[in-house]
Design a protein around this ligand. Structure first.
Ligand SMILES: Cc1ncc(COP(=O)(O)O)c(C=O)c1O
Length: 482
């Protein structure tokens, strides 16, 4: 647990690892940053990594691997069927979750595709604390509807509630009864709710959801992609978990939930994914889709070397020294920004720090995409790439009207074991500058708007000339500095 410093003013989160492989970074001059973001259609997904100083787009597939993970990649058993690598993957899943069955899939959304194909039919509903972009897209593609029942506290930008990802349990019961259990495809608990600030769900709440599902005979599904951060918060914020081992928590969840799936781009510091369960019959009902969409049952579209890295990474996801690093760095960044007065989602959650853009640019309406505008402004300010998690990340209603996001967030992800504390401080400093100059930030409008998952490749342009004004102000304040 956190190491205490002798001089309290020196207290910072301390890494329990050292860096042995490095990658060179560049920081372009501000005029070039302006050009890059405009060429990218003001969509940070369309920036080139070579033009970025701090890539805080995501924590997915960009976590630093350990020495043991890269070493494990050398012993991969490259065979189409029956590879020893897959047996080692299964053994790691058994160790972490205690489950016997495992279906490999190439990443988290591939698991979601398979769940949707197997269980979602037109007219069925999938109930969840909060949706994730790809989850919702797969469910609606199969004709289902997504219902979100996060407790009201989850949508309050600032709160001191430790578990803002919790389900509203009374609403869950009422909703299952209103629709009829036979019309519920499944209830999905998203650990570490991605779109509302990486906020955790308590163990108590997850277990209660599983019990409710069990009582109504409805399938319970845990999206464990962000479970390692969530387990850290359970251990540090929930009294009953304090003296439990991380493994006990993972096992308890797996014992109660019917199905667990995960993106190993997050859980396990690697790439790939998987679906696991104690229930062989449930696994069988999904099995046929693996060779159809992914690959044979012992590789599921994942390269064997990567499977070895997941295997080792899963063991590491039990280790508090490793899993505390992300949440502690995020808490540090959130505190720095909060002290500067920047409106942040609080308390700090997992996966990244989240700027509350509705308060940063309160005069920008949803249809000028405030979170995307703040994202573009921060890239101009510091070569820092965040991710829009607001209205652009929503999908339009079937009748074409805009669906405004509950929260307009810019997420600054902290890939695990990647950044140093001085880089985190640089980020806080540039956000502070942007905050002080927030009255310069204007809106965006669509130039190209794809119908599906538009946030990935849609293009926008500035309304007016606010981005050029921001560059002039940068030069005034920073002189010839990068
Ligand atoms: C909670 C959650 N579920 C599912 C996914 C999808 O995983 P992947 O990116 O591996 O497809 C993500 C990815 O960010 C996620 O955060």
């Amino acid at each position: 647990m956190a190491v205490k410093f002798y001089q309290s003013e020196n207290q910072v989160p301390l890494e329990m690892h050292k860096v042995r492989v490095v990658q060179k970074l560049t920081l372009l001059p501000v005029e070039q940053r302006l050009k890059c973001i405009q060429e990218a259609g003001n969509n940070t997904f369309l920036l080139q990594n070579k033009d970025i100083y701090m890539d805080m787009l995501t924590d997915s597939g960009v976590n630093a691997m350990s020495d043991k993970q890269t070493a494990a990649m050398h012993i991969a058993d490259d065979s189409y069927a029956g590879s020893e690598t897959f047996n080692r993957y299964k053994a790691a899943v058994k160790e972490v979750f205690g489950t016997d069955y495992l279906l490999p899939a190439h990443q988290g959304r591939a698991c979601e595709n398979i769940l949707a194909e197997a269980f979602v039919k037109p007219g069925k509903v999938a109930i969840m604390n909060f949706h994730f972009t790809t989850t919702k897209a797969h469910i609606t593609r199969c004709g289902g509807e997504v219902l979100e029942l996060v407790a009201k506290k989850g949508l309050l930008p600032q709160s001191d509630d430790p578990f803002k990802g919790d389900f509203d349990l009374e609403e869950l019961k009422k909703t299952i009864e209103a629709y009829g259990p036979e019309n519920v495809a499944f209830v999905r608990v998203e650990s570490g709710t991605n779109l509302i600030g990486g906020q955790p769900v308590s163990l108590e709440n997850m277990l209660a959801v599983a019990d409710i599902c069990h009582n109504y005979g409805v399938l319970s599904v845990l999206d464990a992609s962000l479970l390692q951060d969530n387990v850290y918060f359970m251990k540090t914020r929930e009294a009953q978990c304090k003296y439990m081992t991380t493994k006990q928590i993972y096992h308890l969840l797996a014992d109660k939930m019917d199905i667990i799936y995960f993106s190993a781009r997050k859980l396990g510091f690697a790439r790939g994914g998987g679906i696991t369960s104690h229930n062989g019959a449930l696994i069988k009902s999904m099995m046929e889709y693996i060779p159809l969409y992914e690959g044979f049952l012992t590789y599921g579209g994942i390269d064997v070397r990567t499977i070895e890295s997941i295997t080792e990474g899963l063991y590491e996801s039990l280790d508090m020294d490793y899993i505390s690093h992300g949440p502690e760095f995020i808490a540090y960044l959130v505190k720095e920004l909060d002290d500067y007065g920047v409106p942040m989602i609080k308390p700090a959650g997992g996966l990244g720090a989240h700027l509350n853009c509705s308060e940063i640019v309160p005069n920008l309406p949803h249809n000028q995409y405030p979170a995307a505008a703040v994202g573009a402004a921060l890239y101009i300010a510091g070569g820092i790439r965040g991710m829009e998690r607001g209205t652009v990340s929503e999908q339009r209603e079937p009748d074409g009207t805009e669906r405004y996001a509950e929260l307009e967030l810019l997420r600054l992800a902290l890939p695990r074991r990647v950044f140093t504390l001085s880089q985190v401080k640089y980020c806080a400093d540039r956000v502070k500058w942007m905050w002080d100059n927030r009255e310069l930030i204007g809106g965006l409008q669509w130039v190209e708007e794809p119908k599906v998952l538009r946030f990935f490749f849609g293009r926008m342009k500035e309304i007016g000339h606010w981005q050029e004004d921001l560059v002039c102000k940068f030069r005034e304040d920073f002189g010839d500095s990068l």
